[in-house]
Design a protein. Structure first.
Length: 346
């Protein structure tokens, strides 16, 4: 599919066909991004197994404690809701984006316009005669199904990020609740020492889980930032040209796709911001416990937890920059600058 898309790109790589070139870029870049993500998952399959094994172990421990189970079930429900919301919105946006040009082309043909080209759902060039029936109808169906499957693949990978980050945050919330419980039951002999040891082990698991997350999604995030910046520029340019040309359908489909791509990069940045925030909340919870009234050994152990928590957990883009809402704002600013340059050139 990418081969046929790049045939179209090279055929329209001319200054006078800038709009057709830019219109074909989002789909082509999204296909590249899908390949990068799937290759990264395959390459890091050992890390994926470790992450899933850690999640299974955490859930087995939580099943025996109602308080832990409530926290983890709430996080799983949020992940489930976010996944359904992303799938629903992306299905609508993707269907409208890819059906838009096809519907416009069919409408022109129905009105008797002198347009002999039969449109495809995506910008693509086949090295054979593809506009004769029934080959044309078969290709339209195959292309539409293929781009929808590609969209579902990207959405499921993004939902995986949400699920894993919320799982880690649930474990951190459990540790924070246990610090409050320790402060309330300090008078019980031997309770603090036993519980603090368990919390330290759970904290070490969260740190390892976070490192595996970063190892798995770091390269994905780097590619996501790079490719989505180009896609946002392309879609932003299409939205601006649609406004100037008063093309209602074109503007709606480009705007929905623009929002969908922004949500995609926002997911990565929000995940990095959220896990950093939760890491900071763990340090606050440990500090607010009555560690100064404990035995010297227990007090020192909690101080070590506080010191380690000050080195916040994070997700990075290729190990070069932390993903955060500030990074998301910088990406949007850079994309807006590039869009203005493209519009001036056009």
């Amino acid at each position: 599919m990418l081969y046929f898309q790049y045939l179209y790109l090279f055929a329209h790589c001319k200054p006078e066909e800038l709009q057709n070139l830019v219109d074909s870029l989002p789909t082509t870049l999204e296909y590249n991004l899908t390949i990068f993500k799937l290759m990264t998952l395959w390459k890091n399959r050992r890390v994926v197994r470790e992450i899933l094994a850690a999640m299974d172990s955490d859930w087995c421990e939580c099943v025996n404690v109602d308080q832990y189970l409530q926290v983890m079930t709430a996080k799983a429900s949020i992940s489930h809701f976010c996944t359904n919301a992303m799938l629903s919105f992306n299905t609508i946006a993707c269907a409208l984006y890819f059906v838009g040009d096809y519907a416009i082309g069919i409408a022109h043909q129905a009105q008797g316009d002198n347009d002999t080209l039969r449109p495809f759902p995506i910008k693509i060039t086949f090295p054979f005669e593809a506009e004769q029936s029934p080959i044309y109808e078969l290709l339209v169906v195959i292309l539409f199904l293929h781009v929808m499957l590609n969209m579902y693949t990207l959405t499921i990978v993004n939902a995986l990020i949400f699920t894993l980050v919320f799982h880690a945050s649930g474990q951190i919330d459990i540790i924070c609740e246990e610090f409050k419980t320790i402060s309330e039951k300090m008078s019980y002999c031997g309770y603090c020492e036993h519980k603090i040891g368990i919390l330290i082990e759970r904290h070490k698991k969260v740190i390892l889980f976070s490192k595996n997350l970063d190892k798995l999604f770091s390269f994905m995030a780097l590619m996501q930032v790079f490719w989505n910046t180009l896609v946002i520029c392309s879609l932003g340019f299409l939205v601006m040209t649609s406004v100037s040309n008063e093309a209602g359908v074109g503007m709606v489909k480009s705007l929905l796709a623009y929002i969908g791509i922004m949500v995609e990069i926002f997911i990565f940045c929000f995940a990095g911001e959220y896990i950093s925030f939760k890491s900071k909340s763990l340090a606050d919870a440990a500090y607010e416990s009555l560690w100064y009234n404990m035995s010297p050994t227990n007090g020192k152990n909690i101080l070590f937890v506080i010191m380690r928590s000050q080195k916040q957990l994070s997700l990075t883009a290729g190990g070069m920059a932390n993903l955060s809402l500030e990074a998301f704002a910088s990406i949007m600013k850079a994309s807006a600058s590039y869009v203005s340059v493209l519009n001036a050139m056009y």
